[in-house]
Design a protein around this ligand. Structure first.
Ligand SMILES: CNc1nc2c(CC[C@H]3O[C@@H](OC)[C@H](O)[C@@H]3OC)c3nc(N)[nH]c(=O)c3cc2[nH]1
Ligand SMILES: [Zn+2]
Length: 372
């Protein structure tokens, strides 16, 4: 029987290090998942993503059901074969993207009907259909179908939305069935409200999941509100299962979330911002399109092992960005993903060695420098 599971190796304060086991491989936690929305991490070959240290990447039900369709991906051997990535894949359930991307949405107890943002065709996602799509894709970690309310929202709206998501979580669990080797994660909702977060956590615990996501955050509430919510919401989730904070974030968001007990995160930021010239380094953030880089012979970050830092100058990266050359997106995305994975590796080591507090201090001190 192929097994899945979560083993905690060490804890330092609220921060944990460990491993999620799946038949397609182990995921060292704390982990960052690069986002491969439409069966590709944009501007990256899969082997390049693997070389950064990523143990898992992320796909999306919403995008893949519209194009090329889940049935076509299944017929072609599933998402892993389709995109040539043989390590674990987590797929989101579609609710969030429907609300943020699709047109003409209708939300009912049954699910959501919407018009495709690609060709205007009509579609429906229900908890049952979301589970079917994620099974057709063959993802290793499946997310419950939920509704993530846009903030700010009043308490009544947040409670109503959270309770709908909990009914959908039950239906997701029932539709998922018994699938050895695959994991189903529940998603806690409840906005920034402690009582609703508690009610949601209890509902999810009652149903029982292989992992628990903190949903409904990174939707414009800001870092302070996100951290103060995590200060109480994370610990409401079972401590012996992985905790996944969805859609986060900037490097300092990620460090703060791990310090509050989060094990897994995903964010489009390192890949998307790489395409816009935004570069994350140990010394802070820079934008390569700035003229001050035009004659700079130095690498982005001399402590970085990625090809951009090993083989190219800031002047070159400035040039190819300004010239809108394809290699610009490739090198800057690669660098940002490598930097994110280096942060995760540094935190895993520090937590295991019981020196996470010192690691955090060094992390923040390193970014406090002036012009980089
Ligand atoms: C950015 N902030 C944020 N993203 C969020 C996502 C999408 C991440 C997904 O969206 C794609 O990128 C936009 C990524 O591909 C990712 O896949 C898991 C969420 N998904 C669900 N099902 N429920 C939530 O409560 C939720 C909250 C979020 N907050
Ligand atoms: Zn680099």
């Amino acid at each position: 029987m192929t097994s899945t599971g979560f083993t905690k190796h060490a804890q330092d304060g609220m921060a944990r290090s460990g491993v999620i086991t799946t038949p397609r491989g182990e995921i060292r936690t704390p982990a960052f998942m690069p986002v491969g929305t439409a069966a590709t991490v944009k501007a990256m070959m899969p082997e390049s993503v693997a070389s950064t240290g990523a143990d898992i990447l992320l796909g999306n039900t919403y995008h893949l059901m519209l194009r090329p369709t889940a049935e076509r991906v299944a017929k072609l051997g599933g998402l892993h074969k389709f995109m040539n990535w043989d390590k674990p894949i987590l797929t989101d359930s579609g609710g969030f993207q429907v609300m943020s991307l699709a047109g003409l949405r209708k939300l009912t107890e049954r699910g959501v009907t919407f018009k495709s943002h690609i060709d205007g065709s009509k579609h429906e996602i229900t908890p049952e259909r979301s589970m079917e799509i994620q099974e057709l894709l063959g993802s290793d970690i499946v997310m419950c179908f939920d509704e993530c309310p846009a903030l700010p929202a009043d308490r009544a709206r947040i409670a109503e939305s959270m309770r709908l998501s909990m009914r959908w979580a039950k239906r997701s669990r029932e539709a998922f069935g018994d699938r050895p080797g695959h994991m189903l994660f529940g998603i806690q909702q409840g906005g920034l409200e402690q009582d609703f977060r508690q009610e949601s956590a209890e509902a999810l615990r009652e149903i029982g999941f292989d992992g628990y996501a903190v949903g409904g955050l990174a939707v414009g509430e800001g870092q302070e509100a996100m951290f103060s919510t995590l200060d109480f919401a994370t610990d409401m989730l079972p401590e012996d299962k992985p905790r996944y904070l969805m859609g986060v974030g900037k490097p300092d968001d990620i460090v703060g979330a791990v310090a509050r007990g989060i094990d897994v995160m995903d964010c489009v930021l390192p890949s998307r911002s790489g395409r816009t010239g935004q570069v994350f380094t140990r010394m802070g953030v820079l934008n390569i399109k700035n003229a001050r880089h035009m004659d700079d012979p130095r690498p982005l970050d001399e402590n970085c092992s990625c090809p951009a830092c090993q083989n190219y100058s800031r002047a070159y990266l400035h040039h190819v960005f300004r010239s809108q050359e394809i290699i610009s997106s490739m090198l800057l995305t690669w660098h940002n993903l490598q930097y994110y994975q280096d942060i995760m590796a540094g935190m895993r080591e520090a937590i295991a060695a019981g020196r996470f507090t010192q690691w955090q201090a060094d992390f923040h001190a390193g970014r406090a420098q002036g012009d980089i």
